[in-house]
Design a protein around this ligand. Structure first.
Ligand SMILES: Cc1ncc(C[n+]2csc(CCOP(=O)(O)OP(=O)(O)O)c2C)c(N)n1
Length: 621
């Protein structure tokens, strides 16, 4: 048996070689032969790949995505048509966010395809459109193959896997039910990434242009972005900062690419949605902004732009220096080139005091690094710091006071200091107010904050955390998700419970309301000037009671409902108590918030649209 290879064994071996331990999916008869062979392989001790069935394909996709964000690559398996089309949204997100996933789609037998072609006979899940699944997946993958011939399968599989690793995006393998058992040649060699290189001449020119601009500026600031994480360039990024002492912010999508204890860290820059001091430092004190791997998405720029002579941006395999563009430049090459150019000369920024400059210019910049850090550690900004001073009271929770308290909870759990600090938790944030509220949580460890910040499918967090926790079992996930987002994905609590994960899901229940949608379309509701839009009102759920639905005696799950700081204190005490029975499984916390409440990060929208305030961040005070 060990010498007889078939397509399924081949696939399993290739997944094993990538160190993938979890295959998330929803079965269907077309996938059956593959899952049978997977079981045989496990029984024979030839693979450790574990099938994790999820209630929904959306959950499958997000779990594979979460797993890949930590492990480097993930895998998902579904059945033709009905399953594959449901999986499309998460894979679309993974394509956009550069997360490599192997998608396996079990399709009808080759004979059934011949019947369709000859007499138009469609069987379960087939569409009269011959290549419907293949066509849609071509839009969201870097390679899409139909495998119906064992003789050709090894080359198709190896080529697709190489594309997945090289382009760091999803691939699609549609395998006919009969081909799963078809004999094939054994695997040859190991599949490796073959990344594209830079254009050497343009690389030199881009680095020189950037170097000259940086040298001419007295106070540059770096803006670390998503690609630093996706291309695993955190060490290179930190080496550049350590060599030049240039201050840095990150995008919200790249939050925690480096420890936020790094001495040069100056917060998450998110345009108008930044903490005011961060925005003033980034836009007004700094006079040159350098985006490295940063995506110029609306959620990263909160109403601002990343263009102009005072910007350098390296992303999507190209570099823009002011109005000059240099294509075909790999981010890693550019960062290394910059470091070489800048470390040989003492950079002006090394001796520059951003705080003094800010103060002299009356820009309300905290007067010292210490004071700046104090501001950074208050998620709701300066205002929330005041409202959260005495949390153990009957005061109702607000977005700002909730996140300020959670920030302290995280800080209390931190061990060690500086770049060596560790924390037992990781954070997973969903879109909308949850993301804005959590953007300034102080994350001391690298890669400890996760969000699907560009594609922004609501519900992502609750599905993705399954994969994140599977990839990093030693950390306890804290998930922040709005009530509307949660309603998209609540079944996936079932997978948390089944796997006995200790995930804590905070459902931010602003009276069953799509708050951010209201804010984007009719913000003046929040100034009491107009009614809520009917389509933003959700049906009410007893969220905390879902623990009874998904938990059981052997797989416990606990639900809480908190409306005041006093109640939140009690729940945080339970979460922090390792001996408490509730920590033997997932916890759901229904956090009661007011419908009119919102994180102060987005107050700029109400200020500009409803209070008639003019945005002028560099105004002297
Ligand atoms: C899958 C998906 N469907 C629809 C949307 C559009 N959308 C963006 S935010 C949002 C509302 C989120 O509501 P909720 O989770 O209650 O959070 P809140 O806005 O109240 O913070 C919707 C419907 C989306 N981003 N993703």
């Amino acid at each position: 048996m060990s010498e007889s290879w078939n397509v399924s064994r081949y696939l399993i071996r290739r997944l094993d070689e990538l160190g993938i331990r979890f295959l998330f999916g929803v079965p269907g008869n077309h996938l059956g032969p593959f899952l049978e062979i997977l079981q045989e392989e496990r029984r024979a001790g030839r693979t450790q790949l574990l099938w994790v069935g999820t209630p929904t394909e959306i959950g499958t996709g997000y779990a594979a995505d979460g797993y890949a964000r930590i492990h480097g690559v993930g895998a998902a398996a579904v059945t033709y048509g009905v399953g594959a089309f449901s999986l499309l949204n998460p894979i679309g997100g993974a394509y956009v966010e550069q997360v490599p996933i192997v998608v396996l789609n079990g399709s009808p037998t080759y004979e059934q395809w011949l019947n369709l072609r000859s007499i138009g006979l469609i069987t379960s899940h087939m569409s009269p459109r011959f290549e419907s699944n293949l066509d849609v997946y071509r839009q969201v993958t870097v390679d899409a193959q139909v495998i119906n011939n064992g003789g050709l399968a090894p080359r198709q599989i190896d080529g697709a896997f190489a594309a997945c690793l090289s382009s760091r995006r999803p691939i699609y393998l549609e395998v006919t039910e009969d081909a799963f058992k078809a004999a094939c040649a054994p695997p040859q060699g190991i599949i490796e990434a073959t990344p594209r290189g830079s254009n050497p001449g343009l690389l030199v020119k881009a680095v020189e242009a950037a170097r000259d601009k940086i040298r001419a500026s007295r106070r540059p600031i770096l803006w670390g972005g998503e690609e630093i994480d996706r291309l695993r360039l955190a060490d290179e990024f930190q080496a550049l900062i350590d060599a030049t002492k240039i201050a840095f912010c990150t995008t919200i999508g790249a939050k925690s690419i480096l420890s936020e204890n790094h001495p040069q860290f100056h917060g998450v820059y998110n345009g108008k949605a930044s903490l005011p001091a961060v925005r003033r430092l980034f836009k007004c004190v700094a006079n040159l902004r350098i985006g490295l791997g940063s995506w110029s998405t609306s959620k990263n720029l909160g109403g601002d732009q990343a263009l102009g002579e005072d910007w350098i941006v390296a992303a999507h395999e190209g570099v823009t220096v002011g109005s000059r563009f240099f294509p075909k430049i790999q981010l890693g090459d550019f960062i290394r080139g910059l470091r070489q150019e800048l470390e040989t000369t003492v950079h002006p920024a090394a001796g520059e005091d951003y705080y003094t400059v800010g103060e002299e210019a009356d820009l309300q910049i905290p007067e010292s690094r210490e004071a700046f850090l104090a501001v950074l550690s208050e998620p709701g900004g300066e205002v929330a710091a005041k409202t959260a001073e005495a949390p153990a009271t009957e005061l109702p929770l607000t977005y700002d006071s909730f996140f300020a308290r959670l920030n302290r909870f995280l800080e209390d759990a931190t061990q060690g200091s500086g770049l060596n600090a560790t924390n037992p938790y990781m954070v997973v944030s969903d879109a909308a107010f949850a993301l804005l509220g959590s953007q300034s949580l102080h994350m001391v460890e690298r890669q400890s904050f996760f969000a699907q910040n560009s594609w922004l499918a609501i519900g992502y967090s609750v599905g993705a955390v399954t994969g994140l926790k599977s990839a990093r079992p030693g950390k306890r996930p804290l998930v922040f998700v709005g009530d509307g987002s949660f309603q998209e994905i609540c079944q996936e609590l079932s997978t948390h419970t089944r796997l006995r994960h200790d995930t804590v899901v905070f459902v931010l229940n602003n009276e069953d309301f799509y708050g951010i949608e209201q804010m984007l379309v009719h913000p003046c509701f929040y100034a009491g000037q107009e009614p809520e839009a009917y389509y933003n009102v959700l049906h009410h759920w007893n969220y905390s009671r879902l623990a009874e639905v998904f938990g059981s005696e052997s797989t416990p799950m606990t639900g809480f409902r908190v409306g005041s700081h006093l109640e939140l204190e009690e729940v945080l005490r339970v979460i922090g108590d390792a001996d408490h029975a509730a920590n033997g499984g997932p916890i759901l916390v229904q956090v009661l918030l007011g419908r009119m409440d919102y994180p102060s990060a987005i107050d700029y929208s109400v200020a500009e649209n409803c209070r008639g305030e003019v945005d002028d961040p560099c105004k002297k005070v």
